[in-house]
Design a protein around this ligand. Sequence first.
Ligand SMILES: [Zn+2]
Length: 150
Amino acid sequence: MSKWSVVHTVTFLQDAYMIKSYLESAGIETLIPDEFTAQVNNFYTTAIGGVRLMVRTEDLESGVALLKEGGYINPENSVTDEEILIVGADSSTDMTCCPFCGSANIGKRNTPGMAMVILYFLLSALFPIFRSANKCFDCGKIWKFKKIRQ
Ligand SMILES: [Zn+2]
């Protein structure tokens, strides 16, 4: 199975579709994992940190280059090379620090308002895939914890 990386994040689904067709016309396969949430209600996308547009990791470099060329992303913007890693966690795992460098300087990737937090928990109960990722501000890694049953 090939890995997918976030090539760009937009606020509205229609923007994601525009970029999707742009990349696909250049032969790069894309994925919009938040597509259905965004279709249900555009406001949900704020809770899940925008609409993510993903490409295969091997296409990431050319995808980013195309988006810069097309003016979709600022060439100075380096946050587009984010890759979400899945980290196994059991009851002894310390989820308050970075599993890669041990730094406690981590945060959720998005900081939604309280209404969004409630909405987001309701949604994530239905669709666990929408759970947001953690980010380390020291080493820049982004990951999700996956509970391991004991
Ligand atoms: Zn770290």
